[in-house]
Design a protein around this ligand. Structure first.
Ligand code: NAD
Ligand code: IPM
Ligand code: MN
Length: 351
């Protein structure tokens, strides 16, 4: 079994290092190969997703990804910016299903941005479509009739794109509490009307799952009013991006939320996928040893479960993270003082 390790930029290498230490400590006999990605790859090879990195990712059973994004690169042409690496991997590898679980760890209710009694009920998974939407439509700059410069990005979803992600959400709901909340903006957007029509159609195949629809503005409000309401949240690329960062603060910190990006390709023991924390490269704290590596460590656990079929090892990692949190090993984002490596040590010690 082979894992491609793509640390990336900013805190990416710092948090990935701790996740690799955790994997090493489990002695799983997996091979890990590191590749350049993002701004680091642009600086070394002139492209954020060099062919060698794409080949490494394609040839692996799974990819552990840190984060990309570098302020030095913000003025580059868009196709050369670090963020294109992660967008390119998701698209090239047809990783269309992004699972972002958000659950409050026992005893951590007081660290939520919400009241503890509200936060304690959080146990949801955001199923975010990852290959379409306004992210991948035609975009550009043009001059309008008044001679003014304007930017545009086309939002669209095809029936098959919505259908395949809807199936993922309904199947996920069957392993949970049999509820799907589909989030859209069908009161304004045709893209969302199509989304809603297709989700209703797919729902007919899952009579055991209750479906509700919610407009995204209301969903953003309900997520902080009564987050325990949500179980499986099915949504598009842009809304899922935004709602998942919001969900992270309901749990307590963006440094706690892991993700899996899956497609249809199967490996020997599971589904091929890319695993990454939901946060970015955090340039404001990069290089200071302050970043919370738990989201990346938890992403490694998802990798073991979904791509390598190593469920017990995944459970052990999750229990070790929960144990470290319960033991008061908290980074600055959670109001504590533990550094990145110290948190890695604490998790490894509990394995
Ligand atoms: P960010 O997620 O990097 O940071 C937002 C805030 O959260 C910052 O204050 C940061 O310090 C904090 N934070 C993030 N991760 C943390 C962690 N593990 N521990 C403690 N604190 C943490 O988002 P941003 O600042 O909007 O973006 C920075 C760069 O990252 C941009 O270039 C952006 O495009 C990129 N980005 C990349 C990814 C990805 O690689 N998948 C995801 C999001 C943003
Ligand atoms: C994420 C990030 C990415 C996204 C960016 C870096 C392209 O914000 O993974 O949540 O918008 O999908
Ligand atoms: Mn995001």
């Amino acid at each position: 079994m082979h894992i491609a390790i793509l640390p990336g930029d900013g805190i990416g290498p710092e948090v990935t290092r701790e996740a690799v230490r955790v994997l090493d400590a489990l002695n799983l006999g997996v091979t890990m190969t590191t590749g350049d990605v993002g701004g680091a790859a642009y600086k070394a090879h002139g492209h954020p997703l060099p062919p060698a990195t794409l080949a490494l990712a394609e040839g692996a059973d799974a990819i552990l990804f840190g984060a990309v994004g570098d302020p030095d690169c913000d003025a580059l042409d868009r196709h050369l910016r670090p963020e294109q690496a992660i967008l390119g991997l998701r698209k090239a590898l047809t990783l269309f299903a992004n699972l972002r679980p958000a659950k409050v760890f026992a005893g951590m209710e007081g660290h939520s941005a919400l009241r503890p009694e509200v936060a304690g009920a959080i146990d949801m998974v955001i199923v975010r479509e990852l290959n379409g939407d306004v992210y991948f439509g035609e975009k550009g700059f043009r001059t309008n009739a008044a001679g003014e410069r304007e930017g545009y990005d086309v939002m669209s979803y095809s029936t098959s794109e919505v259908r395949r992600i809807a199936h993922i959400a309904f199947r996920a709901a069957q392993t949970r509490s049999h509820r799907v909340c589909s989030v859209d903006k069908a009161n304004v957007l045709e893209t969302s009307q199509l989304w809603r029509d297709v989700v209703i159609d797919v729902a007919r195949e899952y009579p055991d799952v209750a479906l509700e629809h919610m407009y995204v503005d209301n969903a953003a409000m309900q997520l902080v009013r009564k987050p325990g309401h949500f179980d499986v949240v099915l949504t598009g690329n842009l809304f899922g991006d935004i709602l998942s960062d919001q969900a992270s603060m309901c749990v307590g910190s963006i440094g706690l939320l892991a993700s899996a990006s899956l497609g249809e390709r199967q490996t020997a023991h599971g589904t091929f996928g890319l695993y990454e924390p939901i946060h970015g490269s955090a340039p404001d704290i990069a290089g200071q040893g302050l970043a919370n590596p738990m989201a990346t460590i938890l992403s490694a656990a998802m990798l073991l479960r979904h791509s390598l079929g190593l469920n017990q090892a995944a459970d052990r990692i999750e229990a070790a993270v929960a144990g470290a949190l319960a033991g008061g090993v908290l980074s600055r984002d959670l109001g504590g003082t533990a550094g990145t490596a110290e948190i890695g040590d604490a998790v490894v010690a509990r394995l």
